[in-house]
Design a protein around this ligand. Structure first.
Ligand SMILES: [Zn+2]
Ligand SMILES: [Zn+2]
Length: 363
């Protein structure tokens, strides 16, 4: 079928909207009519050629939509179902078999090449193979053919155009707290960088019963949002923020989530910990970044570890997040702004300037 897709072609070049041909779904695939797609920081970095990914490619990886056709082996969704799309995974490796799909052995091939795991693509442009499977979906398009495991059924009672960010930004922030850190009720947690992922981490901390939730960001509007969503302390990022956190928590945090990727924030996240204390590193500094680490500072019960996509199994965690939203316990609609698909460039520019926390384009 003929569909419309927006190709990222390079830094500072507008998206190229093209008519492309999309194959019918294979036996283990699903055709989805995209209703809306969130824009995530990873889309911006990929378009600006900071990730070394091949372009042109159709980006977008927070899609939501309606199933229009399913392959013969697909059982968990049917035409007409509402779905949120998430990344692809092989289902066969040791990590996938234990539900840790974000550490799938085939993660790179299946999510970052814009191709299926076997190197083919469901999309052709002017008769040539086109990269139309970014993060398992390429949702900056009117339709997508995705692997069955990328399509997650969500209730029809919820506003479908809002739900795409559950598949990346929300799963990452909430999942990092609830699945990776697993804070005990009554503990203290600091969140560095309160964009979508950090705000989701704040909400995850509230849901986990953390007693003190400290948000750190240079942007005062975002700190106000964090307070609205349950942060107990909001601090401007700065040189002595770690000392301030230690003072406010009488001895340091039990946990920190670092979402900004800045070296100063990573160091502050380590320095604000009590003992024991863990930093979950979620922000992605440029490849090759290193930090000075006094091993004495992380000895005696402290540590830092990277966390990918909230260490969640999307097939179970996305419906859980959707039900939390339905119950009013995950009010992420407070920080989204909708744009038309045709205004994708404006939405990306607004996100890059920090003017909007979570842009969502509507097809
Ligand atoms: Zn993302
Ligand atoms: Zn796998």
């Amino acid at each position: 079928m003929q569909v419309t897709a927006a190709f990222a072609v390079g830094k500072n070049v507008p998206f190229d909207f093209r008519e492309v041909r999309l194959e019918a779904p294979r036996p283990d695939e699903v055709l989805v009519e995209i209703v809306a797609s969130g824009i995530c920081h990873t889309d911006l970095s990929a378009k600006d050629e900071l990730l070394g990914l091949p372009l042109p490619m159709v980006l977008g990886h927070e899609g939501s939509g309606v199933v229009r056709a399913v392959g013969s082996q697909v059982r968990h969704v049917a035409p007409g179902d509402h779905v949120v799309l998430s990344g692809d995974s092989c289902g066969a490796c040791r990590k996938c078999q234990t539900g840790l799909t974000s550490y799938c052995d085939a993660f790179v091939e299946r999510n970052l090449t814009g191709l299926r795991g076997d190197g083919t693509t469901p999309m052709t442009l002017d008769g040539e193979a086109a990269r139309g499977r970014f993060c398992g979906q390429s949702s900056f398009a009117s339709h997508a053919v995705v692997a069955a495991q990328s399509a997650i059924k969500v209730p029809k009672a919820l506003p479908l155009e809002l739900l795409g960010p559950l598949g990346c930004g929300l799963i990452t922030g909430v999942g990092t707290v609830m699945n990776a850190l697993k804070p005990r009720p009554g503990t203290r947690i600091a969140v560095f960088g309160v964009g979508t992922v950090g705000l989701a981490a704040v909400m995850g901390a509230v849901l986990s019963g953390c007693e003190q939730i400290i948000a750190v960001d240079p942007n005062t509007e975002r700190l106000a949002l964090a307070r609205d969503l349950g942060a107990t302390d909001c601090l401007a990022a700065g040189a002595d923020v770690a000392q301030e956190i230690v003072a406010r928590t009488s001895g340091g945090c039990d946990y920190a989530v670092e979402c900004s990727g800045s070296v100063e924030a990573i160091q502050a996240a380590l320095a604000c910990l009590g003992r024991p204390g863990w930093v979950a590193q979620v922000g992605a500094p440029p490849v090759g970044t290193s930090i000075d680490l006094d091993i004495g500072a992380v000895g005696y019960g402290r540590g830092i570890r990277g966390v990918v996509l909230g260490e969640a199994n999307p097939q179970t965690f996305v419906p859980y997040l959707a039900s939390l939203y339905g119950d009013g316990r995950l009010p992420f609609d407070r920080f989204v702004r909708f744009y038309d698909f045709a205004d994708l460039d404006r939405a990306v520019a607004d996100a890059a300037r920090g003017e909007v926390v979570k842009p969502i384009i509507r097809m």
